[in-house]
Write a protein that binds this ligand. Structure first.
Ligand SMILES: [Zn+2]
Length: 167
């Protein structure tokens, strides 16, 4: 059982015991004192309505506030509000609803934009000076080696091997 309810219930029972004694003594000072204690209890019960949702416990609490408000009215002519406070708002999961659309948007767009602005990969021409240069020793023919492993031809005129020369 709810601890808060238990506490209030015990408080209520204790005050009822005191009320019995006050009735016997018929002392007005005792009645005033009890009435002020009862007012505290009614306040406590009403605010406990925020925490206690159980319907049968709420009914019990309301019967306690009614009981003590009658007593208080007899002694002090004050009429207290006896309604319990409403329970605190139930936990709604509103936060989760809004987040989902944002996630799907993150996926492609920034990447696609980056791709679009990248310069085309094409064409990184090696300057002719970096190619290996070969020439006929007789000076009539020049040939450039463009690929690694490409066989070096003979001079088409003299049919002799070309020699590598520094560009
Ligand atoms: Zn030649």
């Amino acid at each position: 059982m709810c601890q808060l309810f238990q506490e209030i219930h015990q408080n209520h029972v204790k005050l009822m015991g005191q009320q019995l004694k006050v009735d016997l003594s018929q002392e007005e000072g005792d009645q005033q004192l009890l009435a002020s204690q009862a007012k505290e209890l009614v306040k406590k019960i009403r605010s406990a309505g925020r925490k206690i949702r159980n319907a049968s416990q709420r009914q019990r609490l309301e019967s306690y506030t009614l009981y003590w408000s009658r007593f208080i009215a007899e002694v002090t002519s004050e009429y207290l509000d006896v309604l319990l406070c409403e329970p605190e708002e139930p936990l709604l999961q509103t936060e989760e609803v809004e987040e989902k659309p944002a996630k799907t948007q993150d996926l492609g767009k920034p990447l696609e934009i980056e791709k679009a602005f990248q310069p085309p990969l094409s064409f990184n021409p090696s300057p002719v000076s970096k190619l290996l240069k070969y020439a006929c020793p007789k000076g009539d023919y020049v040939w450039y080696k463009r690929q690694v492993g490409e066989p070096i031809p003979n001079c088409p005129t003299h049919n002799i091997p070309l020699e590598q020369v520094q560009p």
